[in-house]
Design a protein around this ligand. Structure first.
Ligand SMILES: [Zn+2]
Length: 290
């Protein structure tokens, strides 16, 4: 019996060592040299990479100067903040990065990847007290659309288990293109925030859960109106599934708050209450400091 047990234990250790050796650990990713937009993808021959790059967020130690530089260049939400809120954003961003492991499925990792993807989570939760999305330890970054299994489908982002998966090309487009409502970063962070509060028991934010009832009641009416007569804010995908309706509402709320307020003022106000933010009235409606 003991021999069986020992053999099992030894086999277990061998499997763990083999699994860990599949990953290459790297310290700090460099700045992208692609000044045109940081969305340069791997050369075709580099596309099938056996070993992803793994960065432990607690070892990245980006300075405030680096974080400020990257955000100023690419993240308009940050550029619109008052100095006091910029400081708060940087503090939250540093803490968020330190709690995650970033797995990059590409030949080269850029520092913009962990910084900007984390920044989209900090943007969504900036008015909330609990902002670390602690249920999610791992953020996987794919150069572009990737294959999801069970069911088999092509994805640009999804949330599964303890992992948030994002396609980098589409992530950048979401922030660069001001005229499209899509933003896959905010979309997946919205799913993650919901999942953590309603599908897990740890890390629940009671205030968020309580105020979310407003979205359920007001959103549900609009969801059914949109099913009959869409006004072009939501995709067909969003009006088939209430969870997708929530995630797309978040995209519209940040990317085109004026249109959301114009067409669905009650929904806009409910999202302001739930997230404790007001994109149309900042800085007159300041964030409450914690
Ligand atoms: Zn979705």
């Amino acid at each position: 019996m003991i021999i069986y047990w020992l053999t099992g234990a030894v086999l277990g250790v061998i499997i763990i060592i083999w699994y860990l050796r599949r990953f290459q650990y790297h310290s700090v990713p460099g700045e992208s040299q692609d000044h045109a937009g940081h969305d340069k993808l791997a050369a075709p021959e580099e596309k099938h990479i056996a070993c992803p790059l793994v960065y432990n967020g607690s070892e990245l130690h980006f300075s405030d100067k680096v974080l400020d530089h990257v955000l100023t260049k690419h993240f308009s939400f940050y550029n619109h903040l008052l100095d006091i809120d910029k400081e708060r954003f940087l503090t939250r961003l540093r803490k968020f990065i330190a709690t995650k492991v970033f797995v990059i499925h590409d030949g080269k990792g850029y520092r913009e990847m962990p910084i900007l993807i984390s920044a989209s989570a900090v943007q969504l939760t900036f008015g909330l007290k609990k902002y670390l999305l602690s249920h999610f330890h791992i953020i996987q970054i794919f150069p572009e659309a990737f294959v999801g299994l069970e069911p088999f489908r092509i994805l640009i982002g999804n949330v599964t288990g303890n992992t948030i998966n994002i396609a980098w090309k589409q992530f950048l487009e979401g922030y660069k293109n001001k005229y499209e409502l899509q933003n896959v970063g905010l979309h997946e962070m919205a799913h993650a925030l919901y999942y953590q509060n309603f599908e897990t028991s740890l890390y629940v934010d009671k205030e968020f859960r309580d105020s979310f009832q407003k979205f359920n009641s007001i959103g549900d009416k609009i969801y059914h109106v949109e099913k009959i007569l869409t006004i072009g804010l939501y995709s067909e995908y969003a009006i088939k599934d209430f969870q997708e309706f929530w995630a797309e509402s978040i995209e519209i709320y940040f990317k085109s708050p004026d249109r959301l307020q114009l067409h669905y003022p009650e929904l806009y106000n409910a999202l302001c209450d739930i997230l404790n933010q007001d994109p149309l009235n900042y800085p007159h409606h300041l964030f409450s400091q914690d």
